[in-house]
Design a protein around this ligand. Structure first.
Ligand code: IPE
Ligand code: IPE
Ligand code: MG
Length: 257
């Protein structure tokens, strides 16, 4: 059970963050599990296990801070290229996480959701996902969205097919396809776009993650590996985000006169 001694705004101030300048939606590319393990002379699998612990820590911290949504890149549509033993381990870990965290997710009033293609995922993993989604659908706290078997290009392909189907059935006119229609047809339909995109393990790329949705997200990359990521590093990212000036193509306020 997380601490209830602070309400989120008070807690944010207590760790040096301005609650008025927190992102509504944080997306994270959780990278570097394998490299973390290799550095310690351990198997890659151990890196993934430690990575699952970081998920727990960061989810809890986002609840404490009153963040609206956390979207975590867990498995990309390209990760199937990895050796079968690693994929099998990731599936087993995912199932274990979904079961082990169920009670805690409920206690924290988290609404659990997923994005990505279902095809290719084992039935037993899909069943645990569905159960967590069902049990938490009316919760009103943090939306925890896991990107599993997710690829942004695949998402766009699926959205285009959905819209084209509606056009061919006469439910939608081609000229009615605007940005809102496309946003709504993506797996993330109805969710706010991420304000902050964090990537661990130093790579300066987006690896097919939320390409449409991160159009105006602020990017923050740390050389630390995901298993090392903790509340204090999240605070660093949030402090940096609070200092950013988001112009969305406009001008700074002091140059508009
Ligand atoms: C991220 O860590 C987890 C997944 C992609 C499943 P990696 O497994 O990519 O770790 P590195 O990048 O090889 O260190
Ligand atoms: C991105 O990490 C995918 C996830 C974190 C799930 P990768 O390790 O797959 O990305 P690349 O291959 O370095 O671009
Ligand atoms: Mg990687």
């Amino acid at each position: 059970m997380i601490s209830t001694t602070h309400e989120p705004r008070e807690y944010a101030r207590s760790v040096g963050l301005d609650p008025a300048r927190l992102p509504r939606h944080i997306a994270i590319i959780m990278d570097g599990n394998g490299r973390w393990a290799q550095r310690q002379g351990k198997e890659r699998a151990e890196g993934h296990e430690r990575g699952a612990h970081s998920v727990d820590v960061i989810t809890e911290e986002c609840c404490r801070l009153g963040i609206g949504q956390l979207t975590l890149y867990c498995l990309s549509s390209e990760n199937w290229k990895r050796p079968k033993p690693e994929i099998d381990f990731l599936m087993a870990l995912l199932k274990q996480y979904l079961l082990a965290e169920r009670e805690k997710i409920q206690e924290q009033n988290i609404r659990f959701t997923v994005i990505g293609r279902r095809s290719g995922l084992p039935d037993e993993v899909l069943a645990e996902i569905d159960e967590n989604v069902r049990l938490t659908q009316h919760n009103t706290g943090l939306t925890l969205c896991l990107a599993i078997n997710y690829g942004s290009r695949a998402e766009i392909v699926d959205a285009v097919q959905t819209l084209a189907g509606r056009v061919s059935r006469g439910e939608l006119q081609p000229e009615e396809i605007d940005e809102a229609a496309i946003s709504g047809a993506l797996y993330t339909g109805g969710m706010p776009d991420p304000d902050l995109l964090v990537r661990t393990a130093g790579e300066m790329r987006v690896s097919n993650y939320l390409l449409w949705q991160i159009s105006y997200a602020e990017l923050w990359v740390t050389p630390k590996f995901w298993p090392e990521f903790d509340a204090s590093l999240l605070h660093d990212a949030l402090r940096d985000f609070a200092r950013r000036e988001r112009r969305f193509g406009g001008l700074t306020t002091d140059t508009t006169t």
